[in-house]
Design a protein around this ligand. Structure first.
Ligand code: FAD
Length: 268
């Protein structure tokens, strides 16, 4: 069955990193009264390339559900078709639009909300912004249930920390939201964290286990509990390129985490 596609009108486009050629996009679906989705899901964008071939790419929604609007965060991939098509959108057609279908995907928060470690690199921050907006809405009740939410965000350079001010403000206003940025290729005078996200995830897991008196590696779940009934008090949500996702999954598996506790979205 053909999927229903919608025209998404570009309302606003902002370059959020010149060096990484990364853009924040705000789209409106004028023909729909609302566009319901769960934070963390993605849309599929469809366009025809120069050879007349239809191309489809997935893009995580970088916002929480908000009437008939959604945001994206996309960086140019060298030689890539769709990322450049999006990045050039207003340049080629002022107030341009794209065709989309969706929402799709299962990269969503477990409910009820538990302690959670959100881990992203690069534009993998997109669904994390959606999670953060849903958990801590500007106008509306806090949905975090007082659980500890860590956002561990890795990028190469300081100029590639997308939405930094928003996350700093969120952490300042919500004591249970912890924002940790680490740079893998920081300049000499960078005074913040350095290295890969795995190290900071390890620190969170070890400190939390020590605080709560949980043995590490964590004991395996009781085999008598049916898999469908297994509930954990902490989950991790990982988004980015495969190398990083695998690295973090291995790290958490080493702490005895059950694979059901590790939810991930790979971009490549
Ligand atoms: C579920 C899902 C959600 C995604 N969400 C986002 C998002 O929010 N923001 C975003 O920027 N991207 C996201 N992506 C990646 C996106 O779908 C495209 O793969 C990316 O924009 C490149 O597409 P392209 O047409 O420009 O490149 P293509 O023409 O498809 O590929 C060109 C070359 O780049 C390589 N390549 C493909 N993807 C990447 C990548 N992500 N990074 C580096 N090299 C790559 C390919 O191997 C190929 O060699 C997501 C992918 C998935 C599966």
């Amino acid at each position: 069955m053909a999927r229903e596609t919608f025209t998404a009108r570009l309302d606003k486009k902002t370059c959020i990193s010149e060096s990484a050629q990364c853009y924040h996009f705000e789209f409106v679906l004028d023909t729909l009264p609302s566009f319901p989705f769960v934070s963390g899901q993605f849309i599929s964008a469809v366009a025809t390339d120069l050879n007349g071939k239809q191309q489809t790419r997935a893009y995580s929604i970088a916002s929480a559900a908000n009437a008939n609007r959604f945001d994206l965060c996309v960086n140019r991939v060298e030689g890539g078709f769709f990322s450049n098509h999006l990045a050039d959108l207003t340049d080629l057609q002022p107030g341009g639009s794209i065709q989309v279908h969706g929402p799709h995907g299962h990269f969503i928060l477990k409910e009820p909300v538990t302690d959670s470690i959100l881990i992203a690199t690069g534009t993998g921050i997109a669904p994390m912004r959606g999670f953060a907006q849903w958990l801590f809405p500007e106008n509306g009740p806090d949905r975090s249930n007082g659980k500890e939410i860590w956002l561990v965000y890795g990028t190469r350079h300081e100029t590639e920390i997308y939405y930094h001010d928003e996350f700093v403000a969120l952490a300042a206003n919500h004591p249970n939201f912890h924002y940790i940025v680490t740079l893998s290729r920081a300049v000499e005078d960078w005074t913040g964290n350095r290295g890969y996200v795995q190290e900071y995830v390890a620190k969170i897991v070890e400190e939390r286990a020590a605080r709560l008196g949980i043995p590490l590696p964590q004991p395996a779940p009781d085999p008598l509990i049916p898999v469908g009934d297994l509930r954990s008090d902490i989950y991790s949500y990982i988004c980015g390129l495969n190398n990083m996702v695998s690295g973090v999954r291995d790290k958490l598996a080493g702490y005895g985490w059950d694979r059901k506790q590790i939810i991930f979205e790979r971009y490549d």
